[in-house]
Design a protein around this ligand. Sequence first.
Ligand code: HEM
Length: 206
Amino acid sequence: MSPNNPQVNRFSLAERVTHWLVALSFLYAALTGLALWSPRLYWLATMFGGGTTVRGWHPWGGVAFAAFFAVMFRRWRRQMALDGDDRRWLRLAHRYAVHEEAGLPEAGRFNAGQKALFWMQGTALLLLVASGVVLWWPEAMPRALRLAAVLLHPVVAVVSIAGLIVHIYMGTAAVPEAFRGMIQGWVRPGWAASHHPKWYREVRGR
Ligand code: HEM
């Protein structure tokens, strides 16, 4: 940020490209997975080339999601570590939900809710990959493992999709301007100061 340019850089181009590759691959894997999961959602398969195509490509969507998420994970894992303030923030998160933010610890570049989502999606991804591999080659797997995977894969996927719905709501309707940060890479100083004060002080240099 400079006095002549009142824009605060929020996400680099590499961060934005990685994020949107994660988002696209997740959406593809989620929508094709839902089509395979329930006959009532089979209509989704028609949007992606029909049942056979979806059965063939869904696992590859998962592989792409895992690969892109791994890039995002490497880049952000240190910044996503929860500190004492974050743990206090999580205990008081109900106040954030009703816009009573006075007394909440100040957020850094990411708030504790964002960090929690990051770790939740990372854990879900590990479980989805493990159970997905079993479902990809079922004939090679013992019966108990197949049964566990059949149960685990959709349950974890639904939890992960629910997390994503909250994330999309927070990143669009609930926190206006956050979306522009992830598209154009910058936010206004006022936005940075009110949503991520600790981070704003760092980038402002005091
Ligand atoms: C498809 C629709 C999606 C939209 C509209 C969206 C939107 C956003 C926005 C606006 C931000 C910036 C928030 C900020 O500046 O504070 C963000 C950050 C982030 N996104 Fe997404 N995103 C989407 C999908 C995903 C997916 C599928 C994942 C991973 C499974 C993901 C993981 C993250 C993470 C870890 C961050 C940084 C921390 C956070 O803001 O939660 N996003 N996203």
